[in-house]
Design a protein around this ligand. Structure first.
Ligand SMILES: [Zn+2]
Length: 225
């Protein structure tokens, strides 16, 4: 196992896309600082489980695959215990045509950025994680882990990359709301309890109430490492 080798040689290692209870035992609980081995879980592995295949089929085919409920619950628990340090989206915008293939022929990967935050917020609505933990796993910890300069915190002198949320919004995701060029989402038909109202990118309003401001552009990230 990579974890064993990294431990033996004191190598810095970051492991992505964890999906099973057994893997969770390999990672230490506690704060990011001081860890030589860190871990990430993805929004779809925290949100979906094998009961969703009946309805969503190849729309939720990804690599590693979405597994049973016990595995999903173990990743959620590891997040609560700080064994999982950061949450990723693993956004992969395959076309609808590709995904309409049979399960074995369809490519692995899901478009996820648009509802990634509301998906993780479901864990907050279910009283599993606090808003503070959620902000840490999605903004603070990724910035510290990768040494991203002047981002990831609401701080004077930092770039304002912000999402304003409505935490009391009950709705079902419909295809008409999808903003990706690929035109579909694995969340279609799913019920969510929070919504992104406004998004700021580098201090400018890039999205508000369903509309994207095409004039707002991103900037290359800078790193402090
Ligand atoms: Zn990936």
């Amino acid at each position: 196992m990579e974890e064993e080798l990294a431990k033996r040689h004191d190598t810095r290692l970051h492991v992505l896309h964890l999906t099973t209870a057994r893997e969770m035992e390999l990672f230490d609980a506690g704060p990011l600082e001081g860890k030589r081995i860190t871990a990430e879980a993805c929004v779809h592995h925290l949100f979906f489980d094998d009961r969703d295949y009946a309805l969503k089929g190849s729309f939720i085919k990804c690599n590693p695959a979405i597994k049973g409920r016990e595995e999903r619950d173990a990743i959620r628990q590891a997040l609560v215990e700080d064994r999982i340090d950061v949450i990723g989206t693993d956004h992969a915008p395959h076309t609808l045509e590709e995904k309409l293939n049979t399960y074995f022929k369809a490519p692995a990967g899901l478009p996820l950025v648009q509802w990634a935050l509301p998906m993780v917020l479901e864990l907050h609505h279910d009283h599993l994680i606090s808003l503070e933990q959620l902000v840490d796993k999605t903004a603070h910890a990724p910035a510290r882990l990768f040494g991203i300069k002047e981002r990831g915190y609401l701080r004077e002198g930092y770039w304002a990359d912000l999402a304003l949320l409505d935490l009391n919004s009950h709705y079902r995701v419909e295809r008409e709301a999808v903003l990706y060029k690929c035109g579909w989402s694995p969340l279609e038909g799913s019920r969510l309890r929070s919504r992104v109202v406004t998004t700021f990118v580098n201090g400018q309003v890039a999205y508000h109430e369903g509309r994207v401001n095409e004039a707002v552009r991103g900037r290359r990230l800078e790193f402090d490492r």
